[in-house]
Design a protein around this ligand. Structure first.
Ligand code: TXA
Ligand code: MG
Length: 346
């Protein structure tokens, strides 16, 4: 049978710019979903206290319902409305890193829609560091549930065009605020046991930065197996994957490229300037991640780069490994997921 498309499955998606997005606040107050920029990636926001609105996020993204959403607020005071305890370490971290790319998981309370937290008894909260996000939260007066504004499984959007590619016709509006800064999502820190803080997802704030403020922090962001019940449900899903298969290259680019060419693949390389320069004479499609010594630039460009090969002839993407230090930890975490951990390191 042919697929039937119901009326009501499609909406006109309003494109708004940074100088005029007052309609975004109206939509949000009316229970619609709107994409807007944050300093990490674009978020797909809805009123976190409105069950129907939150369900629209899951539907638009095709997101599994057991994967909870982060609640975005505008102040520490507002954050406290939605958590049972506010431990000293939460306060120290918030004072230091908010607004910014740190999500803190605590026991929840208050009128949040059940679906936001996928029925867990905890909630992830952060204050984003972006003037548009900040204004939207303040003016709507709402806590906003907002996952990254991509279709589930795709690389997160770092520009409004990426959001349009994935969600046009499925959401009420998109606010274009240019490219996002960090380029990778926030660090997710479990503080439900303040004696043992655990990083569930590395991100914009590194382990060292956290430890400088609250002492020892564990990193538990391994790739989760099928049968495992992860602490952070997001960890079990393949993620960030473009259409083309991705391989991580740790060394020996000559070998990696030749292997792929022998298989008849059209090779795309996502790598530093230093690597790309070595192959300038070859028939290769390249996207630069900037200078090798600047992992923050590679992080800023990773998702854009993963999406960039789609309209090209490339049938495979070879992507450069960076040291797992500082932001490099988050970069490698996302790249390993995009690649399903496939590596070439001979
Ligand atoms: O930078 C970001 O964090 C972006 C921007 C838009 O704020 N948002 C984002 O949301 O990346 P999302 O939904 O793509 O990722 C949220 C992650 C998921 O891995 C989810 O499982 C985890 O946070 N998470 C959310 N609430 C949680 C909770 N209560 N317990 C454990 N993990 C949680
Ligand atoms: Mg996401």
């Amino acid at each position: 049978m042919k697929q039937t498309i119901k009326e009501g499955d499609f909406v006109d998606t309003l494109w708004m710019n940074k100088d005029n997005y007052s309609q975004a606040m109206k939509y949000l107050k009316n229970g619609e979903v709107v994409a807007f920029p944050t300093e990490t990636v674009y978020g797909l926001g809805a009123d976190a206290t409105n069950e129907k609105a939150v369900q629209k996020i899951f539907k638009a993204k095709g997101r599994p319902s057991d994967n909870p959403l982060i609640v975005h607020v505008a102040s520490i005071e507002q954050a406290k409305h939605y958590v049972k305890d506010w431990p000293k370490k939460a306060d120290q971290l918030a004072q230091h890193f908010w607004p910014g790319p740190l999500t803190i998981i605590l026991y929840k309370k208050g009128p949040l829609a059940k679906t936001v937290t996928a029925e867990l008894n905890t909630v992830g909260i952060r204050i984003p560091d972006h003037p548009i996000a900040k204004q939207i939260i303040e003016e709507s007066g709402l806590p906003l549930a907002a996952p990254s504004a991509n279709s589930s499984g795709k690389p997160s959007p770092t520009s409004a065009i990426h959001v349009k590619q994935d969600l046009d016709g499925k959401i009420a509006g998109i606010v274009d605020g240019g490219e996002t800064g960090v380029g990778l999502e926030s660090t997710v820190l479990d503080l439900t046991d303040p004696d043992t803080p655990v990083i569930l997802r590395p991100g914009g704030i590194s382990k060292d930065q956290l430890e400088a403020i609250i002492g020892s922090v564990k990193l538990d962001a391994h790739l989760v197996k099928e049968e495992e019940k992860p602490k952070s449900p997001g960890m079990k899903y393949t993620h960030y994957s473009p259409k083309e298969p991705v391989w991580i290259v740790e060394k020996n680019w000559d070998y990696a490229i030749n292997q792929m060419k022998k298989k008849g693949e059209k090779v795309g390389i996502l790598a530093s300037d230093e690597i790309i320069q070595q192959y300038s004479g070859e028939e290769i499609i390249a996207f630069s991640l900037g200078k090798r010594a600047r992992p923050e630039m590679a992080s800023h460009l990773l998702y854009k780069g993963l999406r960039a090969f789609e309209p090209t002839e490339a049938t495979v993407i070879l992507a450069e490994a960076y040291p797992k230090k500082g932001i490099g930890e988050a970069y490698m975490n996302r790249l390993e997921k995009a690649a399903g951990n496939k590596k070439i390191n001979v």
